[in-house]
Design a protein around this ligand. Structure first.
Ligand code: PMP
Length: 426
């Protein structure tokens, strides 16, 4: 169909994320993608600095992932998971247990990151319910977080986010504490840990769990923190009978330089959420992993099952691609690739620090962030970046990138140059 006609139909009928309906901002029409490049209907090519929202770590149309998908499609594209099981899901669960921090033994496969957070919360609430501690139903989290757009995840997103005020009275009321101070390399602030201790102790009788994004708070503000705070949380939650959920939907599979961000701290949470890069960005799939203690507690309750069963749970296509994506990651020097991107972003963004209006530049693993002292003009910044051949999606005061791990050094330089230019013009 003619691109102009497609875009007209898009504006009339297709409701895009965080967008009004009918559409006001015309999206770019992508016709295909391969490697790290998106091809647009008007013939332009853009390097994807966003990895399709942290997901496409191997880039697009990777032959190994394409083959895994085709092979599985030739056998079985979907089958209900209730009462039936299959090898791709069994292999995937086993692999995830082997790779994630020790102690996580059970895997609940979900269809999106937000759903895996819902499942993680359900696990924790049900655990305490089963143990007869029915008052433990709230969550504690730090401000500046993001855990997804369905209701329980929204209730632990940053409370200053507009969605929160919109849904006041509908969202469960959670306990918020300030986000950890400093950056990844900043020393642990003892007074902050004391505050965490006071809050967890004060609310212990009503807290089912603490939920945080370890090391990198993503869509809530792209902040980094010292992994020492995760160790403190682990000790405090244990001491006060509170479970600990790590949301590694964005950070999982190498993004921060460790396979899982919890690895920076050497900490095992009670429940771990994964998603996004799980299938290399090919298909929607997420997972909530938990310890035998959590699963065992639920099994001893008056309802001894986890009452959750999405239609597309354990989808064989997604499971097969996830297996191939994880093998592909581990078969390559992914640490070297992430380090190379980290160095490239650091060097490429060094000039941005001195630009007027730039408040901070920070890089960790394959994540680069330029923070302004004002809100970005999103349309202007996107235009500058696309003119330089790069796809970015700035938000609030942030221009950021998390490139696919297969980006060449030159492509990383192009991304950093586009971020700098966007910061200069925004
Ligand atoms: N948690 C985190 C940390 C995320 O970054 C996201 C997605 N940006 C989610 C949860 C929600 O995942 P999904 O969009 O797949 O529902």
């Amino acid at each position: 169909m003619d691109p102009a006609k497609l875009l007209a139909l898009d504006a009339r009928h297709v409701w895009h994320p965080y967008a009004p309906m009918p559409g006001r901002v015309e999206p770019l029409l992508v016709t295909d993608a391969s490697g790290v490049r998106l091809r647009l209907a008007d013939g332009r090519e853009l390097v994807d600095g966003m990895s399709s929202w942290w997901a496409a770590i191997h880039g697009y149309r990777h032959p190994v992932l394409d083959a895994a998908l085709a092979e599985q499609a030739g056998r079985m594209s979907h089958v209900m998971f209730g009462g039936l099981t299959h090898e791709p899901a069994i292999r995937l669960a086993t692999k995830l247990v082997e790779l994630t921090p020790p102690g996580l033994e059970h895997v609940f496969l979900c269809d999106s990151g937000s759903v895996s957070v819902e499942v993680a919360v359900k696990m924790c609430l049900q655990y305490w319910q089963s143990l007869g501690r029915k008052g433990k139903r709230r969550l504690l989290t730090w401000r500046g977080g993001y855990h997804g757009d369905t209701f329980h995840p929204m209730s632990v997103c940053d409370p200053d986010d507009g969605m929160h005020s919109l849904w006041r009275g509908v969202l469960p009321e959670q306990v918020f504490v300030p986000e950890p101070p400093g950056g990844f390399g900043a020393p642990v602030d003892g007074s902050y840990v004391d505050m965490l201790a006071r809050e967890i102790e004060e609310h212990a009788d009503e807290l089912a769990a603490v939920i945080v994004e370890p090391v990198v708070q993503g869509a809530g503000g792209m902040r980094f923190h010292n992994p020492g705070y995760l160790r403190a949380l682990r000790e405090l939650t244990r001491a006060h009978d509170v479970l600990l959920i790590f949301d590694e939907i964005a950070t999982g599979f190498g993004r921060t330089g460790a396979l899982f961000a919890a690895g920076h701290a050497g900490v095992t949470p009670d429940v771990l959420c994964l998603g996004k890069a799980l299938t290399g960005g090919y298909l929607t799939m997420a997972a909530a992993l938990c310890t035998p203690e959590v699963a065992g507690g639920i099994s001893r309750g008056e309802l001894p099952v986890l009452a959750h069963g999405p239609t597309f749970m354990g989808n064989p296509l997604a499971s097969a691609v996830a297996n191939a994506s994880i093998d592909l990651l581990l078969d390559h020097d992914w640490q070297g690739a992430v380090r190379r991107i980290e160095t490239g972003l650091r060097e490429g963004l060094s000039g941005a620090v001195d630009l007027p209006g730039v408040a901070d530049v920070r890089v960790l693993g394959a994540i680069g962030v330029v923070q302004l002292d004002h809100d970005v003009d999103m349309a202007a910044a996107t235009k500058v970046a696309t003119e330089r051949g790069v796809w970015l999606r700035p938000f609030r005061d942030l221009i950021y990138a998390m490139p696919p791990y297969v980006c060449t050094d030159a492509e990383v330089r192009t991304i950093a140059a586009a971020m700098t230019a966007a910061a200069a013009g925004a």
